[in-house]
Design a binder for this molecule. Structure first.
Ligand code: ZN
Length: 113
């Protein structure tokens, strides 16, 4: 049996509870948590912030602003978003997988509002 990487899409209640629990832990405990992913500051040079750069990523629970569904933004996905896709530090996941996919299907030529 192969273990599949949990994507955070359609999380079950247990996964949501666990992510919420980890989010409330002390930073020192979060850093050592098995789901935490260490950040690579050398890949975060595009980020202009007066605050500190992240030292690690942890799974984040968010509620889709379009359909209200709770979903988990996985630490691995955050790492990719910030370090490879060079996303902005203030940007966070706000829409779930299915809403983003539906939007993509409608085409990028249509304005958001
Ligand atoms: Zn949604």
């Amino acid at each position: 049996m192969t273990k599949k990487h949990a994507s955070g899409r359609d999380p079950n209640a247990k996964a949501l509870r666990e992510a919420e629990r980890v989010a409330r832990l002390h930073p020192d405990q979060q850093k050592d948590h098995p789901t935490a992913v260490p950040a690579d500051p050398s890949k975060l040079g595009h980020i202009n912030t007066y605050g500190a750069l992240p030292e690690y990523y942890i799974d984040q629970v968010f509620v889709c602003r379009l359909c209200g569904k709770p979903e988990i933004w996985r630490a691995r996905d955050q790492q990719w978003y910030y370090e490879e896709a060079k996303g902005h530090i203030d940007a966070a996941a706000v829409e779930c997988h299915s809403c983003r996919r539906a939007k993509k299907r409608r085409g990028a030529d249509r304005p958001e509002r």
